[in-house]
Design a protein. Structure first.
Length: 235
């Protein structure tokens, strides 16, 4: 009994002792190793927003329906902000490795993703289901939110950045935390509730990537979560 207590105390002491060192390592990962890709991400996002705003002004001048204008701006912003990232990082990426995990690890990844979807479904209880409109502009919006965005974001954060950090010798645990924090930060949460929501999503996707061994499962659960949300808030 005493030996077990001493072993637990030793592990706890080592853990507490590692916190400052791991914190400094995380700061290095975020502000040095990932600085250039994140800067390019912001540049492309700003460019996408400018192009979308210009197109929105033109469409509004043509007396296009405001709902259609809003959807078009979102789709254009997504296209111009994320397409260049996909092209650049697919050409200059570190290899996005698919690690072979045990069945138990895959089950853990699927369980985390299922819990994420279940929590999002429960969050919509009591809210009206606006459904999805069948029109060209709505279809483009759905494709943008539920297909293009999950693929682009997961390939960047859990694909390119993950592989980039692996190539620099960091462990998967720190990479999981780093990519989750960056994912939440670049979405610019403007209040505590939004910050909590993005952190929850970010760590869920990163843990799915960690246990799943690749970006296939994060893309699937990211797309499914987005679909659940737009079923209630509309497009």
């Amino acid at each position: 009994m005493q030996a077990a207590t001493e072993a637990t105390t030793t592990k706890l002491f080592r853990f507490l002792k590692s916190i400052p060192r791991n914190t400094l390592t995380l700061l290095r990962m975020i502000f040095i190793d990932c600085a250039v890709p994140i800067v390019f991400l912001f540049i492309f996002n700003v460019f996408g927003q400018l192009v979308a705003a210009l197109c929105g002004t033109i469409l509004t001048a043509w007396s296009i329906d405001p709902v259609v204008v809003r959807r078009a701006k979102h789709a254009i912003n997504t296209l111009f902000a994320q397409s260049p990232l996909l092209v650049v990082y697919l050409q200059r990426r570190q290899p996005i490795r698919q690690s072979f995990r045990s069945p138990r690890s895959i089950i853990a990844a699927v369980t985390i993703g299922t819990l994420l979807l279940a929590i999002n479904v429960l969050a919509q209880v009591g809210k009206s289901d606006v459904g999805l409109e069948f029109s060209l502009s709505a279809g483009l919006m759905v494709l943008s939110i539920c297909l293009f965005t999950p693929i682009a974001e997961e390939m960047f954060f859990r694909g390119y950045l993950w592989a980039r950090l692996q190539a620099r010798g960091y462990g998967d645990g720190l990479i999981t935390i780093c990519t989750a924090l960056l994912f939440a930060a670049v979405h610019w949460p403007n209040n505590l509730a939004a910050l909590t929501n993005y952190l929850f999503m970010a760590f869920s996707f990163s843990l799915i990537r960690y246990f799943g061994g690749g970006i296939g499962l994060p893309i699937f659960f990211h797309a499914a979560m987005n679909f659940i949300v737009i079923r209630h808030i509309g497009v």
